[in-house]
Write a protein that binds this ligand. Structure first.
Ligand SMILES: [Zn+2]
Ligand SMILES: [Zn+2]
Length: 343
């Protein structure tokens, strides 16, 4: 099979082609696993964190954790899916199922958590294997390319929105308007029809702001601008610190900022030194991070996305163009979500 493989940690600016297209044997499913023939795989900012070493992937690895494909073969004890069923695979590849976190429904925090495309081979390839317990049916109304971003950008966005604790009639701020935020705004507008959503982008990202307005944003501006009212809750989707500080500044009393990022780039860490207790934290303001996802997040979100419906805006690339897609993503040049089409 063809696969894009990451062999070593590099900086994307210094080496814009970190992935190498190689031929590998098709993997064989173990007893409880399925072999999936991949149709599409989303391109996520986490791949850049892996490539640049902010996350520690088990090298060499095939990246990619927003996977849609069809079951090609089943292990001899796998019974949940039929051959040719369409399935999705998300960031959660495995958890132990026995520890305190797993037993409390927090398998995202399991010490043995394994991530797809990081601890195990993922979807930048023609085939992959996964336990049948970590695969999900895909609602029929989505094409493979449309469904792919729902598996990370969507499911983690769903988790982040739930972690805010927001209710209807409140104001939500979204910082950064890429793959995840453009799904979360649709979810927020559906679940909280009387609330308002304010969207903050990098200065001059007019296309992102236009897309936000088209999807129902009540106000758009640049990070650092003062919106028409303070935010009850905010979700930060950016790879940097400045938006967190800015969100805290314009947060209403008792509000919460949820950081939807696996790692922060440290280039602007001095922004944190601008944190002033009385301006940014007093009045019971909170900061909370999102770590990974649970299977329940994915299982709840996919049917909801089908019902609303949330149809992601996608920009498609060939598997051979994975490096190009990652470079565009790093520069904030992808509209909606980037997806690799695998033939
Ligand atoms: Zn992701
Ligand atoms: Zn566990």
């Amino acid at each position: 099979m063809k696969a894009q493989i990451l062999k070593k940690i590099v900086k994307l600016e210094e080496n814009p082609e970190p992935l190498e297209m190689v031929d590998l044997p098709i993997p064989q499913p173990n007893a409880k696993e399925i072999l999936v023939r991949i149709s599409a795989c989303g391109v996520c900012h986490t791949e850049i964190d892996e490539i640049e070493g902010r996350c520690q992937p088990k090298l060499p690895v095939i990246p990619g954790h927003e996977i849609v494909g069809t079951v090609q073969e089943r292990g001899n004890k796998a019974t949940k899916f039929q051959v040719s069923d369409r399935v999705g695979i998300a960031w959660i590849y495995a958890s132990c199922g026995k520890c305190g976190f797993c037993r409390e429904g927090k398998e995202n925090l399991c010490p043995e958590f394994q991530a797809t495309g990081c601890d195990a081979n993922g979807g930048y390839a023609q085939y992959m294997v996964v336990s049948e317990d970590f695969a999900y049916p895909i609602p029929e109304r989505f094409t493979a390319a449309q469904a792919a971003p729902l598996l990370c950008a969507g499911a983690i966005g769903y988790r982040a929105l739930n972690l805010t604790g927001i209710q209807d009639h409140q104001i939500l701020g979204l910082f950064g308007f890429g793959a995840s935020a453009h799904i979360v705004i649709q979810l927020a507008k559906y679940k909280y029809p009387h609330g308002r959503v304010f969207v903050f982008t990098r200065p001059g990202q007019k296309e992102h702001q236009d897309l936000a307005k088209k999807l129902g944003a009540d106000w758009t501006g640049a990070t650092g601008d003062n919106p028409p009212a303070n935010l009850n809750y905010a979700i930060d989707f950016t790879p940097v610190w400045k938006p967190v500080v800015e969100a805290l500044r314009i947060l209403e009393k008792g509000g919460r900022v949820v950081i939807n990022a696996i790692r922060k780039e440290e280039m602007d860490k001095n922004s944190l030194l601008e944190l002033n207790y009385s301006t940014h934290l007093w009045q019971e303001k909170e900061i909370k991070s999102v770590a990974n996802i649970t299977r329940k997040d994915v299982q709840e979100f996919l049917p909801l996305a089908g019902q609303i419906p949330i149809i992601p805006e996608v920009q498609e690339f060939k598997l051979a163009e994975a490096n190009k897609a990652l470079n565009l993503l790093k520069r904030g040049r992808i509209q909606g979500a980037g997806v690799l089409r695998v033939d």
